[in-house]
Design a protein around this ligand. Structure first.
Ligand code: SAM
Length: 209
């Protein structure tokens, strides 16, 4: 099920300028949700249909998956969905791409690659520098969602995000306000597998204060 790509490989060093929001979406003024590590994008195709008043942007490091998703978006003429290829950390650490973070209302990290060995933790997508960069650019009240079936990864992500004083945990009863994400309705591919196999799900939502 899990196919890992090493995000620290030199293949991902070259950062292209990403298109403007006007080039990506029919109505660039709609609220924007960013899904990091979206794989084939099934979750975003469902959300884009379910919530036509939101724009959805997926970032994925496996190029073949992104190309297939881009073709599907064109064929289905979906105007509120866009996919970008690359290492999310490199893309958003690049100053010319920070406009995306300044415009997003919510970001999801769904079942990120766990990189179980300690010496591989630096390959995990959530890193302190990345969270600091999000904290500097995100608007107040923007949301970050994390979800995983790996307890150790959850603890690591929660510690990394909670260590930044700009992010506060939102209580589960307030999840209903997270309209971009519909946490109890639209499931990711990994989530369907996890539920079918009766594995645990660890999740948390933070907002920028
Ligand atoms: C375990 S899969 C989960 C896919 C999907 N979110 C889901 O819940 O079904 C993790 C995905 O994140 C992608 N990924 C890992 N590191 C990444 C990075 N630095 N930037 C973008 N995508 C990344 C992987 O290629 C993989 O498709």
């Amino acid at each position: 099920m899990r196919q890992h790509v090493n995000p620290l490989s030199k293949n991902f060093d070259e950062i292209k300028k990403i298109p403007s929001l006007i080039e990506m979406f029919k109505d660039s003024k709609l609220n924007l949700h960013l899904d990091i590590g979206c794989a084939a994008g099934g979750f975003l195709f469902d959300l884009a249909l379910f919530n036509p008043t939101w724009n959805y942007l997926g970032i994925e490091i496996r190029e073949r998956l992104v190309k297939t998703a881009q073709v599907k978006v064109k064929e289905k003429e979906i105007k509120n969905l866009y996919f970008l290829f690359g290492n999310a950390n490199n893309i958003f650490n690049d100053v010319q791409n920070k406009f995306i973070i300044k415009n997003v209302k919510s970001i999801s990290f769904n079942f990120p690659d766990p990189w179980f060995k300690k010496r591989h933790y630096k390959r995990r997508v959530i890193q302190p520098e990345f969270i600091n960069s999000l904290s500097n650019c995100l608007r107040k009240e923007s949301l970050i969602f994390i979800k995983t079936d790996v307890r150790d990864l959850f603890d690591y992500m929660d510690y990394t995000i909670s260590s930044n004083s700009n992010f506060k945990i939102i209580d589960k009863k307030d999840f209903k306000y997270c309209e971009s994400f519909n946490p109890d309705k639209v499931l990711t591919t990994r989530e369907k597998y996890v539920i079918e196999n009766k594995l645990n799900i660890f999740e948390r939502i933070y907002h920028k204060i």
